[in-house]
Design a protein around this ligand. Structure first.
Ligand code: GUN
Length: 277
């Protein structure tokens, strides 16, 4: 069992299988990516999603809308994409500028084309244990955990309760028969919970917050954080150098969950193709 879980290596294997599946399809899977405004981080994410999509042999349409686009124009575009037979998956990159209602916009994507898995239908189906399309980052987390351990019967502690990572991954762990504890910024005595975790998933957005004395010996530690330090270095939410000494397995940042997310997005696009059949 690898101590350091190599997200890049696992991703390459998944992508090569997906590429082979795509090459056998009569119609190319089509992804529409909508980016509003010029947020530099979003541009980087969208660039890599677009290039990976093309590299995989899928079809990709990218829409760059001005940051002052009206909600009506954005909803109109989504409606067109919902009805476009070449498009199987629609992704509106978040965050959106403040004048746009993120919930309203996300909810306007057809559940069958919601490759992010962010619509209430998708999240509701996840909650009821029969996910239509589950969000990519939680899927990546589950994939990485299952690559090193069985989930059933374990105590999984999730630090973070966002709608796109913490809450859905907690549901997915529960679905796989883990005992799940969700902690967050208002949790008192966080270390009392994290120390009990057989599986510790950290997605709280605080650089190196989880220290070695907060982790049980032998735990599997999944770090979802991506934080930029003052010295322009990317670090996770876990103090990797010290925690790796006690963990049985741990994901690095970068090179852990991050690279896997695009692989799961591409897999979700193929799921959307299946749903259309
Ligand atoms: N912003 C940060 N992560 C994501 C993601 O997974 N999907 C979308 N659409 N926006 C994001």
């Amino acid at each position: 069992m690898p101590k350091i879980i190599d997200g890049n290596k696992i991703r390459e294997k998944i992508l090569s299988e997906l590429k082979s599946k795509i090459s056998k399809l009569k119609q190319k899977p089509g992804l529409a990516i909508v980016l509003v405004g010029d947020n530099p981080a979003s541009q980087i994410y969208v660039n890599s999603k677009e290039s990976k999509c093309k590299e995989m042999g899928a079809y990709c349409e990218r829409y760059g809308l001005p940051k002052d686009v009206s909600e009506m124009d954005l909803l109109k575009l989504i409606d067109e994409l919902n009805n476009n037979p070449k498009i199987h998956g629609i992704l509106v990159q978040l965050p959106l500028p403040k004048h746009l209602d993120e919930k309203l916009v996300t909810n306007s994507i057809l559940p069958g084309k919601d490759v992010d898995g962010f619509t209430p239908s998708s999240l509701g189906s996840l909650m009821s244990g029969s996910a239509i399309i589950a969000p990519a980052t939680p899927r990546a987390i589950i994939y990485l955990i299952e690559s090193v351990t069985k989930i059933e019967g374990k105590h999984a502690v999730v630090v973070g309760r966002s709608n796109i990572v913490g809450k859905p991954v907690a549901m997915m762990l529960l679905e796989r028969n883990a005992t799940v504890t969700i902690c967050h910024s208002k949790t008192k005595g966080l270390e009392n919970y994290t120390k009990q975790a057989d599986i510790l998933v950290v997605a709280c957005g605080s650089p190196k917050m989880i220290k070695v004395d907060m982790v049980k010996k032998g735990a599997v530690v999944i770090d979802v954080g991506i934080n930029r330090t003052a010295g322009n270095k990317i670090v996770g939410d876990v103090d990797f150098d010290s925690v790796k000494e006690v963990a049985s397995c741990i994901t690095p940042v970068p090179g852990g969950v991050g690279p896997m997310t695009i692989a799961m997005l591409m897999d979700n696009l193929l799921k959307a193709v299946e749903l259309k059949k």
